[in-house]
Design a protein around this ligand. Structure first.
Ligand code: HEM
Length: 362
């Protein structure tokens, strides 16, 4: 548990060990709704969602979309996701080089989340720019450009919601709008919040499960060969990719909601608390030989999807996309390797998302 001091005099805490991380993530003295501490300053439509709420709002907001992401429903998408993966690989078949992120790891989850929401997949490049910018994982310089991207994203969603009000379909946005029109279960601001959260989560995470996972395999050829020859090992392999090279480096921020004692440390109301998920997932007191990448590792309770009430809503979807994406790639391109002239892998900036910009393969 490391104490941090920011230039403005505020204190924060970084939690790096597994057991402490689990405790923080399930302790409701650490809150997510910063307006309880700082008033409405800093609140935007991008924080009017479950990830930045505490109970009872959290339960209400998560409950509205939860039924679209149950493991059973997601499993029903297997065949369709397989078709998407195959189509993306058909497009690069016969090429000497593939850029794994742009050609495959990025479009696959975007097509899926766009279809669930009912937004046009052809707008994926705009969503990519906006979501990269909002979570600070792009090279956007300065807050004015980020602000402009937020405005553009909001305007886009506003126009889209108008269209859905006129011509509803059977997609998730139509269901959210129907719920809003039917009663008071969520406000218009919260529709923006939930939809933007799903678009951002769909753009920034699974791409790096696939990307970081393939990097781990390429760096451990014996594991790659084992998986290629035994595709049934995929479920355990995905869990190990999530643990060893997780796509989310730090949890989103929490705040001490009161003056409190945590494992011998006195924390003041308003102190910032972040959990280093990737670090906790390499904690030797929880995982034997934690720096070893072993796709046959016995059941591992990693924290890549977080823990507690905010544990990732999209985990069943991300797991399924990861399984299909990795196995299909290894089946269709059994001899992939990093391009010799690839140079050093360049990691994206930003604290939350952990992934590389490009993975050139041949
Ligand atoms: C929350 C990781 C994919 C939707 C979270 C959290 C983590 C996480 C760590 C908790 C953050 C915290 O407590 O501060 C991941 C990883 C993914 C992934 C590693 C891919 C491998 C997705 C996808 C979706 C999604 C594909 C949507 C379709 C969400 C939502 C929350 C969330 C809505 C907020 C849940 C709540 O506050 O109750 N995710 N995620 N995630 N994730 Fe994911």
């Amino acid at each position: 548990i490391a104490k941090l001091m920011f230039p403005d005099g505020q204190f924060g805490w970084m939690i790096t060990r597994y057991e402490d991380a689990v405790e923080v993530l399930k302790d409701n003295r650490f809150i997510k709704d910063m307006t309880k501490i700082y008033g409405s300053t800093g609140q935007s439509i991008f924080t009017s969602n479950m990830l930045f709420s505490d109970p009872p709002d959290h339960r209400r907001l998560r409950g509205l979309v939860q039924q679209a992401f149950t493991p059973k429903l997601i499993e029903g998408m297997r065949e369709h996701i397989q078709q998407i993966a195959d189509k993306l690989l058909d497009a690069v078949e016969g090429r000497e080089h593939i850029e794994l992120i742009d050609d495959y790891a990025f479009p696959l989850p975007i097509i899926v989340i766009s279809e669930i929401l009912g937004v046009p997949t052809s707008d994926q490049d705009k969503f990519r720019i906006w979501s990269n910018s909002i979570i600070g994982a792009s090279n956007s310089e300065g807050s004015s450009e980020v602000y402009q991207h937020m405005q553009e994203f909001t305007a886009y969603l506003g126009t889209w919601f108008e269209k859905v009000r006129r011509e509803p379909g059977d997609d998730l946005i139509s269901q959210l709008i129907a719920a809003e029109e039917a009663g008071e279960r969520l406000s218009e601001q919260e529709i923006y919040g939930v939809v933007s959260l799903l678009i951002i989560a769909g753009h920034e995470t699974t791409v790096n499960l696939i990307g970081n996972g393939i990097i781990s395999l390429l760096q451990h050829p014996e594991q790659l060969h084992m998986l290629r020859d035994n595709p049934d090992l995929i479920k355990g392999a995905i869990e190990e990719m999530l643990r060893y090279n997780g796509p989310v480096e730090f949890s989103t921020s929490r705040w001490a909601g009161e003056d409190l004692e945590f494992r011998g440390h006195s924390m003041k109301r308003g102190d910032l608390v972040v959990v280093a998920l990737d670090s906790a997932d390499r904690d030797g007191s929880q995982f034997d030989d934690p720096d070893l990448f072993d796709i046959t590792r016995e059941r591992s309770r990693h924290l890549a999807f977080g823990h507690g009430i905010h544990m990732c809503l999209g985990a069943p979807l991300a797991r399924l996309e990861g399984e299909i994406a990795v196995n299909t790639l290894l089946r269709r391109f059994p001899n992939i390797r990093l391009r010799e002239d690839a140079g050093k892998l360049e990691w994206r900036p930003g604290m939350i998302v952990r992934g590389v910009k490009e993975i050139p393969l041949s």
